[in-house]
Design a protein around this ligand. Structure first.
Ligand code: SF4
Length: 485
């Protein structure tokens, strides 16, 4: 895998971004723009499927949207007024072109294309049963189980078949589906993964984040609600809610790291929430220091919040080069270490002799934190304190986020003292889970826990994890956690 940003190497990665357009000439060109704005959600592969009223057309490619979907020839080969697209990291299923979405199949009712953000947590179990009944899978993607469930459903209409399929899957999904009858956008009953709806003239747009609406000039209409299916057929837009009412649990990490800071999630500016988390962190874990330095780029809003709350000056103590080619930096410990300095360098004049507070959004393995602390010390910092704008990441995500296994999560195997030693900091503190909820509060009122999925911090998973529970993997960390606590 190419390392695009050495500092991102130690983050959780959102797995996918999806974007759909119904009712606009040259829909595929808009989808390419929308996917470009969602590139931060997945950089390994991209795909677009269009429908011209008679035929479906698909192009998929490994790598970025730019370079693969910006030529007239490519977009011209994706005709039609309806199109959807997908950017991804590898989710379940290896990184191969056959797993790149949208996935497409010919069903009895005609073509069926689907773009999925999330992860079906009982996909393996459903897949085994489908294969036993004769289904032949083309990919290793969890998303393909939905297609086979639709294909084999006993219901008559395509919509009923689709609903029947969704009722058999667990986990997280935001989906954009294209059929000859129209487009369907939906979210799982808990709304774990995001999906918003916009308008561009008469065209209806769906996107993982509002920033993609901004980029194509569309107006934000509303979020697709948890458990809602929005069905677009020409100019007709219908909404149905086939699932029973349940309290939503959207992913809290969207505010911490995944979403772009210029997006609006759940009526809240991501940038403002990140600043509020930083301010909360300053209240909970103050420190005498000379300068607040963000870890670029994701730590910047929280660092501004910490600096404003604490009154300590904010400075850009780490400078990022924008001219490092992505192919230049290869994996391999020695070269990767050099890569950190190539892309990010300490602004020595601001650091020498200073007591430094570094602000980052999260610690996953701790490897990057260690390198940054070392970078500060080599630049002459008198003290280096690390403050993290999320609680310790102790648990893996099973809802479509690329998380290392628990054995590699620093906070799953270390207490605060040993984490501090591991990264060689003078002190380390995380915002509390209650503090994180407080920062998400509107008009001074913190949402009641658990109003979000916060499982990677708390282990409180809002759905069954059938495949995980079925797997032979024994949770050897339960005992370890007890020892650490
Ligand atoms: S486990 Fe964490 S990253 Fe995954 S959906 Fe829940 S809050 Fe988001």
């Amino acid at each position: 895998m190419l390392i695009t940003n050495p500092f991102d190497d130690d983050h959780l990665h959102e797995e996918c971004g999806i974007f759909g357009v119904s009712g606009s000439a040259g829909a595929a060109a808009l989808v390419a723009l929308g996917l470009h704005a969602l590139q931060h959600r997945g950089q390994e592969a991209a795909g677009i499927t269009s429908f011209d009223g008679a035929n479906f057309h698909t192009r998929k490619a490994m790598g970025h949207v730019a370079g693969n979907f910006d030529s007239e020839a490519v977009i011209g080969a994706l005709p039609g007024e309806v199109a959807c697209g997908h950017v991804r990291y590898s989710t379940t299923g290896e990184t191969a072109l056959r797993n790149v979405q949208p996935l497409y199949a010919e069903l009895a009712s005609g073509g069926f294309a689907v773009a999925h953000n999330g992860n079906i947590s009982n996909a393996m179990k459903v897949r085994r049963e489908l294969i036993r009944r004769g289904s032949i899978f083309q990919s290793t993607s969890d998303t393909e189980t939905i297609i086979h469930l639709v294909a084999t459903s006993n219901y008559r209409t395509l919509l009923d078949r689709f609903i029947d399929a969704l009722k058999q899957v667990e986990g997280a999904y935001a989906l954009i589906v294209m059929t000859p009858e129209g487009m369907i956008a939906c979210r799982d009953p808990l709304g774990i993964r995001p999906l918003v709806m916009g308008k561009l003239g008469d065209a209806v747009i769906f996107a993982s984040e509002t920033v993609a609406l901004d980029v194509v000039g569309a107006e934000f209409v509303r979020e697709v609600q948890p458990g809602e299916l929005v069905i677009v057929q020409g100019t007709d837009i219908r909404s149905i809610r086939p699932f029973g009412p349940v309290a939503p649990r959207p992913c809290i990490f969207e505010w911490v790291y995944f979403s772009r800071p210029d997006s609006i999630v759940h009526d809240q500016s991501v940038y403002s929430v990140r600043k509020a988390i930083g301010a909360q962190l300053a209240i909970e874990s103050p420190i005498d220091a000379d300068v607040i330095i963000p870890v670029p780029d994701s730590g910047v809003p929280a660092a501004i919040g910490y600096a404003q709350q604490s009154g300590i000056p904010f400075e850009l103590g780490i400078i990022r080069s924008h001219y490092v080619g992505r192919t230049f930096i290869q994996p391999g410990d020695k070269v990767r270490h050099l890569g950190v300095k190539l892309k990010h360098n300490a602004n020595r004049a601001l650091i020498q002799g200073k007591r430094v507070v570094l602000i980052d959004d999260s610690i996953v393995r701790g490897t990057t934190s260690l390198k940054i602390v070392q970078m500060m010390r080599e630049a002459g910092a008198a003290e280096v304190h690390m403050r993290i704008a999320s609680p310790p990441t102790k648990h893996s995500c099973f809802y479509g986020v690329d998380t290392p296994e628990r054995a590699k999560l620093l906070a799953a195997t270390h207490d605060l003292g040993s984490m501090t030693d591991f990264i060689h900091a003078d002190s380390l503190a995380f915002v509390s889970i209650d503090g994180l909820y407080k920062a998400l509060g509107k008009e001074g009122r913190a949402p009641v826990r658990p109003g979000y999925c916060d499982a990677c911090f708390t282990g409180d998973y809002p759905t069954s994890l059938t495949d995980h529970d079925d797997s032979a993997e024994v949770d050897q960390f339960a005992m370890l956690e007890e020892r650490v606590a």
